[in-house]
Design a protein around this ligand. Structure first.
Ligand SMILES: NC(=O)c1ccc[n+]([C@@H]2O[C@H](COP(=O)([O-])OP(=O)(O)OC[C@H]3O[C@@H](n4cnc5c(N)ncnc54)[C@H](OP(=O)(O)O)[C@@H]3O)[C@@H](O)[C@H]2O)c1
Length: 180
């Protein structure tokens, strides 16, 4: 797993409004067989509402599991494969390419696990749905407790709740801006 450098992380935190959005089961599962192991239309609607008219960054596997660009969003896919191409989708091989793009902020980090793990340190906020119940799966939510602190529960439904987290690191950087 690639860790991003502290310098790049600080620059991304300062220059771009990057937020993560994810849904996990009570046992930490976020995916199985390259798909999401539950079908909760209200949770999908929450995701859609939050990410509308902004940018959505995802790993190549997540994009291919969805199968098409998310409508009304600037789709950005991360892959090491320089030949990978999909109409209307921006591809990046390295995170510093984000600084050269005209990003429609906020930039939503939409998974999967590899992309969350790499980008959590550069995110100002995390909107995390917890789906009530345990699910079988092969992909788990990466650890996030050291990076984010809970702010508040913003939505409670019969099958899931949404917690809003903020990163302490961003709060610290805002207090002590670097001269970049
Ligand atoms: N519950 C949720 O909120 C949620 C959200 C999203 C996805 N998911 C689930 O998560 C699973 C997929 O997650 P995943 O972790 O296996 O895959 P992923 O993060 O979606 O994509 C991984 C791919 O991203 C590219 N990548 C990763 N690190 C990179 C780097 N440092 N530089 C360049 N490219 C890089 C690589 O593409 P190449 O191989 O092309 O180089 C890699 O194979 C699926 O089951 C999906 O349904 C769940």
């Amino acid at each position: 797993m690639m860790n991003i450098s502290t310098d790049l992380c600080d620059i991304l935190l300062q220059k771009l409004d990057i937020r993560a959005i994810a849904a996990m089961a009570a046992n930490g599962i976020i995916g199985n067989n390259n798909s999401i192991p539950w079908d909760i239309p209200e949770e999908m609607a929450f995701f859609r509402r939050m990410t509308q008219n902004a940018s959505a960054l995802m790993g190549r596997k997540t994009f291919e599991s969805i199968g098409h660009p998310l409508p009304n969003r600037q789709n950005i896919v991360m892959t090491k494969d320089e030949a990978w191409h999909y109409d209307t989708v921006i591809t990046i091989q390295k995170l510093d390419q984000l600084l050269e793009l005209d990003i429609k902020e906020p930039l939503w980090v939409c998974g999967g696990a590899m992309i969350y793990e790499m980008l959590f340190p550069a995110c100002r906020e995390l909107y995390l749905s917890t789906v009530f119940g345990e699910f079988d799966g092969d992909t788990k939510m990466p650890p996030f407790g050291d990076i984010f602190v809970i702010n508040e529960t913003i939505l409670t439904c019969p099958t899931f709740k949404v917690d809003h987290y903020v990163t302490r690191r961003h709060a610290n950087i805002e207090k002590n801006p670097l001269s970049l």
